[in-house]
Design a protein around this ligand. Structure first.
Ligand SMILES: *Cc1c(COP(=O)(O)O)cnc(C)c1O
Length: 392
């Protein structure tokens, strides 16, 4: 037995259970249609909600930024200095989100692993929604604080836990996803805020799937609930609706100042690249100029979801453009995804451990890049495959 044989066995086990992820190769830019493994298919997979990933203005801004500043930031910001481009982006993001200050990271994942351990540590407690994203969970683990999971989207469950356990710890943080990425449901942030206010504990929301989607013109979940100035920390990503890549922390100035001193991915990892920063600035400009793309995204999502329900599909309880098509067993979801691809739709199967066992699904991501004809084509193929496989 070689020392890596166990890995081969594990992989075989995943393959047999229908849980092994085969990554498709894209031969074209992001958009409504994609070349996937050499075949042109309708794109129902990306988080490119607003179609900005290949938007001419965003691409031009990235090129212009390269012309002025080059490509790389040089080193970590605390050592090599910080470019005015990044500072400008952070100021624009803070204005856009109506917060005191914002800080950027290479990714949303990094933003979570920077922020949580900077706010709580050993002897402290984190109350975390049971279905929070992996990057929140990892941030919580890295912090060394005690983690207590409350029932999904339940302010009542959170309050019970606070009542029972808060006094045992020094400090506390409540953390939730804004939009839950696998089901598309939205955290009851107004109710969570009331509870955290009553118990005087920090509230943090990770709005990765709400950034550019929820709220006025895509200003996110805090705007959606009208909670400006009340949520202590908002995490966001520029890797989804913004169409680029990067993470954001937005909130009170003192928290941003603290992250620049104690956020490890800020102190020990370089800044976003220059084309990313330039492109993100252009994305903020676009969103501030018009709500057209956000409105189109929601119109498309409503249309697609209504038609899917009429066809007889179970689309769960999504409140956002994320449209889970519930199938159950992982092997069924994988077979369904394969049949969709053959018929011309790119829709990946999502199974355990990304979602609980027995709740495998195809997660359809609707975007503003889709036209009604595209959605109709997708519906036609879903109906065809769904009937063939006995799902509807
Ligand atoms: C996608 C996602 C992230 C990670 O964002 P990246 O910028 O891709 O690293 C973090 N949190 C949540 C809730 C997400 O959905």
């Amino acid at each position: 037995m070689s020392k890596i044989d166990w890995i081969k066995k594990e992989i075989e086990g995943l393959q047999n259970a229908g849980l092994y992820t085969n990554i498709r190769t894209l031969g074209s830019a992001q958009g409504a249609w994609l070349m996937v493994d050499g075949k042109k298919v309708l794109n129902f997979c990306s988080n490119n909600y607003l179609g900005l990933a290949n938007h001419p203005r965003i691409a031009a801004a990235a090129k212009a930024a390269i012309d002025e500043y080059g490509v790389g930031p040089g080193a970590v910001r605390t050592i090599a200095g910080t470019m005015d481009l990044h500072i400008k982006l952070e100021q624009r993001l803070a204005e856009f989100k109506k917060v005191e200050a914002a800080l950027t990271f290479q990714s949303g994942f990094n933003a979570n692993t920077a922020t949580i351990p900077a706010l709580v540590g050993k002897g402290d407690v984190i109350f975390s929604d049971r279905l929070n994203h992996a990057s929140i969970i990892d941030g919580c683990r890295l912090s060394g604080a005690k983690i207590k999971a409350y029932e999904h989207n339940s302010a009542e469950s959170l309050e019970e836990m606070l009542k029972e356990h808060l006094s045992e710890y020094k400090r506390a943080l409540v953390v939730t996803d804004g939009v839950f990425s696998m089901d598309g449901d939205v955290a009851p942030l107004d109710k969570l805020f009331e509870v955290t206010k009553k118990y005087d504990v920090l509230l943090m929301v990770d709005d990765a799937h709400g950034e550019g989607v929820l709220g006025h013109g895509g200003r996110g979940i805090v705007d959606h609930f009208g909670l400006h100035g009340k949520v202590d920390v908002e995490i966001g990503t520029m890797s989804k609706a913004f169409g680029v890549v990067g993470g954001i922390v937005a909130g009170k100035q003192v928290i941003i100042d603290w992250l620049k001193q104690r956020g490890r991915p800020f102190l020990f990892s370089s800044a976003m690249t220059i084309p990313d920063a330039g492109a993100c600035l252009a994305a903020v400009d676009l969103l501030e100029e018009s709500t057209e793309l956000v409105d189109k995204l929601w119109d498309n999502a409503k249309y697609f979801k209504t038609e899917m329900k009429t066809l007889g599909f179970d689309t769960g309880h999504s409140e956002t453009p994320i449209t889970p098509v519930m199938l159950g067993e992982a092997t069924l979801a994988q077979g369904f995804s394969k049949a969709l691809y053959e018929a011309g739709v790119f829709g990946t199967a999502i199974a355990f451990p990304t979602v609980p066992q027995g709740t495998a699904r195809i997660r359809v991501m609707i975007s503003a890049a889709h036209e009604t004809e595209d959605l109709d084509k997708g519906l036609e193929i879903f109906a065809e495959v769904g009937k063939k496989m006995g799902v509807i």
